[in-house]
Write a protein that binds this ligand. Sequence first.
Ligand code: HAS
Ligand code: CU
Length: 552
Amino acid sequence: MVFDTSPGFRLPDNQRKPILWALYIGYAALTAGIFHGLAQALSYANIDILQYFPALRSYYQGLTAHGVANALIFTFSFSNGFLPLMTARSLSRPLNSTLLWLSFALLALGNVLVVYAVTTNQANVLYTSYAPLQGHWTYYVGLVFVVLSTWMAALNMVLALKGWRAENPGKRIPLLAFISVVTYVMWFLASLPIAVSFLGFMIPWSIGLLAKTDPLLTRTLFWFTAHAIVYAWLLPAYVSWYALVPRQAGGKNPSDTLTRFAFILFLLLSIPTGFHHQYTDPGISTGMKAMHAVLTFGVFFPSLATAFTVIASLEIGGRARGGTGLFGWFAKLPWGDPSLVAQVLAMITFVFGGITGLINASFTINQVVHNTTWIPGHFHMTVGSAVALTLCGVAYWLIPYLTGRGLWGRKLALASSWVYTIGVLIFARGMASAGLEGMPRRIYRAAATYTDEAWNLGGILTGIGGTLMFFGILFFFIVIGMTVLVGKKGEAPEDIPWSETLTPPAESGFSVKFDRLGMWVIAAIVLIVVAYGPFFATYLPARLVSEGYTFF
Ligand code: HAS
Ligand code: CU
């Protein structure tokens, strides 16, 4: 590892434990979820391996498990551990132990319920889980517990920040704590609509208190949260890219102000954009959809700013290590450091995730790609690599840091990221091109009674890429498993790889206002009301018209 391991503030051992266990749940979910991923990818190449999954009752059971484990449980378990830890370290103060354990207990309990519902074949509702597909109540209640666990983590961070502010009046909030807190404050706001949907509609409906429910309303509440959820997955990765990666590359974050600005933009713009998932839904006016399209282009901007910043910080690192010329610095990055390599490969893949996202967001072009395999092509280059690979890269220092055991199998760790990245690029190329030919998403092609020759090449690439991705994550699992079991004691970093910024935070001017989080939260709420208010004002009350369906 290239970063300095001199110790700084150390979280007490009893607080490191729940953090470590939350991370274990996350990485275990990642590994559990990839088996169906492999089957799904091979199915697009017309190879059926699901018949060898004895415990699985249906394709949709497996697809639900894959989405829930990899997109929901993995990401939030990681963030529940990582973000409070970053906040505490950045503020050099401990967290609230009760809240930490409560957050962990809710996460664990939520997992037990969701795993029960899915493995017993009672909740084949996919990770998008809106009406009229109906699942067992334990599925929805389990997810409510998972969301509550994130709220406890958020509260813990906000309390730590409050405590710090009381002791440091007038001081700028340390950058790492600032971006960590903003991430979960955004998520807290974003999670409220799904809480309304689950508590007000889905749970009463699934236990029979409500005979019928409102599909459009619950879909809208779902996407209200679930567009912003993608930034709740992404921003913890950005926390690492902005505040840790520069150090790992031997560089510095070029701008404290730009970093805070980007996160404030995410706080403002992540949420009022959910209708870009509902362009084809009837019952929502074109004007509302167009407004969300424009705001989606707006939320593209802070990611562009992020691209600028992270490339600059890598360049500073590469040049400090002796790189010269336009691209010479790139070769000088520490390509032997698995943690950095995973994250740089995540960034490179994300460029294509971003481009495909912009295409999705374009109101008219969305008609071509919606509900085709283009969409999973897009999101495996975002959550499936920008996020997943970064979270794996972070594990390569974080698990040693928390367990005190040195990383086992550095070369296998490097291979993991390369194999995964090459895999995901082939996979997404296949999904995207077949999607443009109209190959539907969420089908088990190997068993479908219809096909199209134009899907064949894309399908084969999907199968090849998906297989490589599977092995990439399997390598990761071996590395982390062995690190925990036999990693050498005493070889672990004693502190987090914490970056400096080129210039310290400004003490005057507009930038200081970024720290007034309450004000930005109010601005975010105003924007949400503008973007969603007209829909609810004209739509409500709920139209309880649909009973529940269980097709699979
Ligand atoms: Fe998306 C659908 C639009 C980002 C996830 N998205 C999805 C779904 C998921 C998902 C899961 O507008 C499917 C949901 C479902 O099941 O139906 N998405 C966007 C846009 C962005 C975007 C505009 N998506 C994400 C992220 C996700 C994610 C992030 C997860 C984490 N997405 C859509 C739309 C749909 C959609 C529509 C609905 C489609 C439909 O019809 O159903 C943008 O935020 C993307 C911005 C990204 C960039 C890239 C910046 C690049 C960086 C790296 C730079 C570093 C480098 C390093 C190059 C602007 C920061 C270089 C290194 C050197 C050493 C040189
Ligand atoms: Cu979205």
